[in-house]
Design a protein around this ligand. Sequence first.
Ligand SMILES: [Mn+2]
Length: 426
Amino acid sequence: MIDQQLVQEHNERLVTGVEDDFAALSVKLARVGVDADAMVARAKGFAVALPSWGLGTGGTRFARFPGPGEPRNIFEKVSDCAVVHQLGAATPTISLHIPWDTPSDPSELLGFATERDMAFDAMNSNTFQDQLDQPHSYKYGSLSSADKGAREQAIAHNIEVIELGQKLGSSALTVWVGDGSNFPGQQDFTRTFERYLESTKSVYQALPDDWKMLLEHKIFEPAFYSTVIQDWGSSYLAATEIGQRCACLVDLGHHAPNVNIEMIVARLAQFGKLGGFHFNDSKYGDDDLDSGSINPYQLFLVFNELVNLEMSGRPFSPFYMLDQSHNVTDPIESLIYSAAEVQRAFVKASLIDREALAAFQDDNDPMMAQATLKAAYNLDVEPILQMARYQSGGAIDPVIAYRASGYRAQCGIDRPAAKTLSSGIV
Ligand SMILES: [Mn+2]
């Protein structure tokens, strides 16, 4: 953790300017009947989980360029997550990837996290790569494999992940499989999907009553011809077949280019099958770029649908997580900044005049309908985010405060890296 005294000194230097900016914004919002303090409260209530695998430098298939002081184990990852949350005040939970993060003593890990005010979010299983000493290979699939042994091994792994998650206070299992084919004819689409359903139903039977199972779809990669759960339609069909506590998880990078993701969100929400999100951004494919770095308007439109759902009063407690690969930035900085970008989209979407929007829609007035969205999107809500961080004990400008703290340099000393060539796969 960073010395809280440093955070306070940082805030003291900036707080007068923030108060001035916030006062001006409050006056502006009051003219349209919005209470700026209520928006600060909303921003403070917003949370998105951190991916344990996002604290190290990511990479591509070609190479990875690690930075200094990267976390070498789950405890160091939790320490870094705690710093992200201490400064950004929007990321109180961590999503683990198993077996990458399997602790030898779950209660020790839980205690370590709790001491740092961190908790555990959805658990992620991994049947897209082989582990040392595992008897069956996932080369040709896992939960949908034609090999019964591989399927049973994948089912057992998912159940182990649930059991570990229970010890850590988690309440959801996210399942993403890379299962698919590289050649036309390689697999029978129907039989493969049947095997997937049968396997996931077995996992679902082991799901505790207060848990959710989230199915994450992805259009392609590692399979380049067909993927078993390639789109939201297959995901919806599977979640519906599997059971009431099974829902779909939308990763913003897992769609064909130009797909209308916000409409997928609306569809899944309408039929009660929207379970959660992996936030990131993309330009060409599943690029895992930082949230809001390429298409912040799309992120805003997604949150427009999410706020709509919230306003509808239907029960909805989504699992939100950042799922990014930080190849050229300090992962802590990227995660702080990205969480704020997601929070910004949430706040802006909360400022949409929904009554006016519905009236323009019913009057078939496309110009004013889109202008109503843009009126909220074009507002600079930075003073709301700064005030939320300040009131929560975080840093007004968290990346600047992080850089001033010298945390990364200290990690460089405390965490000497092993001298090995790094592959792109992390
Ligand atoms: Mn994802």
